[in-house]
Design a protein around this ligand. Structure first.
Ligand SMILES: C[S@@+](CC[C@H](N)C(=O)[O-])C[C@H]1O[C@@H](n2cnc3c(N)ncnc32)[C@H](O)[C@@H]1O
Length: 278
């Protein structure tokens, strides 16, 4: 179990330990290391009041935990996932881990590249983010990480209710949800995302929800995603799920392929625009 306090100012050895589980070039490894260090320093300064929470220069409301990032990477590699949807990509650091895993998984399917298949036909990370300024910053980060990462990411800027209603992969291997903003109230009904994703989930697909609980200075730890958690926790939904005791909590659910209870999910309306996965 890791907590954000493990990553206090000055001690970043835990980042290196987490990164040791990730296959990456020395350049990307160093890039990820310094991205985490920068995020932790900014978080430290903000919590101490040296930087305003609202300063747009440092507009990152959450600090991705390197151990969670490494776990996601390993899960994607283990399941040979190639089509991933991330909702709430924010600063985009964690998206890099997803893209790395997908790129490495896609190498196994690369035999057709020379006949004109684009990399994104073989796999991609659909990265949904509502805030356009955050999405622009994440895009810059992915560019800096290099084409191996950037080429595998399909950004979707805007409310996921709109952006994920069409043009997503026919079959999705993995969904990562983290769309609760820490410093703002999230008013999006959390089950809606599953209504959109469920028709695309292949049997064995994983749905991971990060930061399942949030901390409110007045009220302490608060559960989030209540409706969605209740749904995923009900075996009749076709999912099996387990909670992981990372800081903030991380729920991992696997779609077993059973039919949903009637009325629990809608179908995607505009299927004509959904491209076919290879
Ligand atoms: C807690 S942050 C995500 C942190 C990020 N995954 C990371 O590891 O750095 C939540 C993000 O979800 C986004 N978000 C909230 N509601 C959304 C919606 N309806 N559609 C798309 N993005 C949304 C917010 O703009 C915010 O950037």
């Amino acid at each position: 179990m890791s907590t954000s306090s493990e990553f206090g100012l000055g001690d970043y050895s835990a980042i290196k330990t987490a990164l040791s589980g990730v296959e990456a070039s020395p350049q990307i490894r160093e890039f990820l290391y310094y991205s985490h260090v920068k995020a932790f320093i900014v978080d430290f300064l903000r919590r101490g009041g040296a930087l305003p929470m609202s300063d747009p220069t440092f507009h990152s409301s959450s600090i991705p935990d390197p151990n969670k990032c490494a776990l996601l990477y390993i899960l994607l590699r283990a399941t040979e996932a190639r089509f991933v949807v991330e909702v709430g990509s924010e600063a985009g650091i964690r998206t890099i881990y997803l893209a790395l895993a997908i790129t490495q998984n896609v190498v196994k399917y690369s035999a057709f590249r020379h006949v004109g298949y684009s990399q994104s036909m073989h796999g991609r990370v659909v990265a949904a983010e509502a805030d356009s300024s955050l999405a622009a910053r994440a895009s810059d980060l992915w560019t800096a990480a290099g084409e191996e990462v950037k080429g595998m990411i399909q950004p979707k800027v805007g409310d996921f209710r709109e952006t994920l209603s069409k043009n997503i992969p026919t079959l999705v291997d993995f969904v990562l949800l983290d769309f609760y903003a820490i410093h703002a109230t999230c008013d999006t009904p959390t089950t809606l995302v599953l209504d959109l994703m469920r028709p695309h989930l292949k049997t064995g697909a994983m749905v991971v929800i990060d930061n399942v609980v949030g901390f409110d200075s007045a009220a302490g730890f608060l559960p989030r995603y209540q409706e969605l958690l209740a749904y995923l926790g009900d075996p009749a939904s076709g999912f099996r799920s387990t909670m992981n005791p990372y800081f903030g909590g991380m729920l991992v659910a696997v779609y077993m392929g059973q039919p949903a209870p009637s009325g629990s999910s809608k179908t995607v309306a505009d299927t004509a625009e959904v491209p076919t996965s290879p």
